[in-house]
Design a protein around this ligand. Structure first.
Ligand code: HEC
Ligand code: HEC
Length: 352
């Protein structure tokens, strides 16, 4: 028989009971724990159209730079599945973070901080990148230092990153298999309800390749539908012709129109020295489309916005232009903004 509790022990027990009541009370006022299955996504019965007809100046550029592999051609049902996966917070360990948390539609699939928060509030080591026009990066290599060989290979890395989403591939597959809305979406996209990480990566990449901007003022000018102001025209001229300080290459020599993206970053080199591509202290740049509205630029996120770039705040060389042309350059860069991609419902969060 256990000895009955001494008065002193009873006092302790009472204290414990009070404490646990108090803790329970606190808990009830906290946020409810994340349920295993949140709301189902709202997706149209027939998938949206992601196979948009692009204007000629963009279609021509795409023909020479498209990184779509023959085993993962873009389909409407593939991109529609990719959209759901992209915004699904169940793809992170504590179900709080999705790809869309750090690549927000309203922020041109970038975010508005220098470093982003992962599922446990830890910060990423580099600035998030805009996903606009990733399809036009000819080499297909992804991340600032190009460490992912393809968009498909890239897609599984944030999911397994211990700071970002924190799952293993096996956990990822089990999560997706456990959610009731996926079998029908996989059936439509891949002709089978079987889930595996390769298909998850393919669908995510299809959605990302559909993020193409072609409805900016720049595009309307190139189609002969509108004209540049004098400042915008001068800005374009400087962008295309003037060597960017120090080097012999113009802005356009590195950020190639019409998507203002290139696949062969020859530099510039970052200060302070950092490993970068092949350990050579150089970094890629994504598409400059929508850069006029984006916050925190360059791989360290040290430049708050494009206006600050020409204020002597240059973390890398080759970003220097004569003072009288600063306003013209900004006017030109602002013509690259496509407002529709940040609002188009087919790219929006279906869980909202
Ligand atoms: C916690 C924030 C965070 C989450 C979540 C996240 N990303 Fe990112 N993403 C980043 C950061 C930061 C970078 C740049 C990292 C680097 O280069 O080291 C990046 C880079 C990328 C790139 C490279 C773009 C380029 O032009 O090279 C792609 C593509 C991408 N993310 C897609 C995704 C996908 C798909 C998901 C979901 C499966 C995702 N991201 C989840 C923060 C995040
Ligand atoms: C030698 C090639 C080169 C030249 C010339 C060059 N850039 Fe860049 N640019 C880059 C690279 C590479 C990065 C990313 C570097 C990094 O983050 O460390 C970049 C980054 C940028 C960014 C930030 C992009 C982002 O997503 O954060 C802007 C804006 C930009 N460049 C505009 C310009 C303008 C305007 C000019 C002309 C005055 C110019 N660049 C000249 C290679 C170049």
């Amino acid at each position: 028989m256990p000895k009955s509790h001494s008065p002193r022990m009873k006092k302790h027990l009472l204290l414990l009971a009070t404490l646990s009541l108090f803790l329970q009370h606190c808990k009830s006022t906290e946020e409810a724990p994340n349920p295993v299955e949140t709301a189902s996504p709202r997706v149209p019965e027939t998938a949206d159209n992601y196979l948009t007809t692009l204007p000629a100046h963009i279609q021509t550029a795409l023909a020479g730079t498209d990184n779509t592999p023959t085993n993962n051609l873009l389909t409407n049902d593939g991109a529609a599945l990719g959209r759901v996966l992209f915004y699904d917070k169940n793809l992170s360990l504590n179900r709080t973070v999705s790809c869309g948390s750090c690549h927000k539609q309203a922020a041109s699939f970038d975010d508005e901080v220098a470093l982003s928060k992962g599922f446990n509030n830890a910060l990423t080591t580099r600035n998030s990148m805009s996903l606009l026009n990733v399809r036009f990066y000819r080499s297909g290599k992804m991340f600032w230092d190009e460490r992912a060989a393809t968009l498909e290979k890239q897609a599984l890395q944030p999911i397994q990153n211990p700071l970002e989403m924190g799952l293993t591939l096996a956990e990822l597959e089990n999560r997706v298999k456990s959610l009731s809305y996926y079998p029908a979406l996989f059936q439509k996209a891949f002709g089978s309800t079987t889930v595996d990480s390769i298909k998850i990566a393919k669908a995510l990449a299809q959605f990302e390749r559909s993020l193409v901007t072609y409805r900016s003022k720049y595009d309307r000018v190139k189609q002969g539908l509108e004209t540049f102001t004098a400042a915008e025209a001068r800005g374009e001229q400087v962008f295309l012709a003037t060597p960017g300080g120090g080097g012999a290459i113009s802005c356009g020599g590195c950020h190639t129109p019409p998507m203002f993206i290139t696949s062969a970053p020859a530099g510039p080199f970052a200060f302070p020295l950092e490993a970068g591509i092949n350990g050579q202290n150089r970094f890629k740049s994504g598409s400059l489309r929508n850069v006029g509205t984006r916050k925190f630029l360059f791989h360290q996120g040290t430049i708050p916005d494009v206006n600050s770039l020409f204020n002597g705040q240059r973390p890398v060389p080759a970003h220097n232009i004569p003072a009288p042309d600063v306003a013209n350059m900004i006017a030109f860069l602002n013509t690259l903004t496509d407002e529709s991609i940040t609002q188009d419902p087919k790219f929006s969060d279906p869980f909202n």
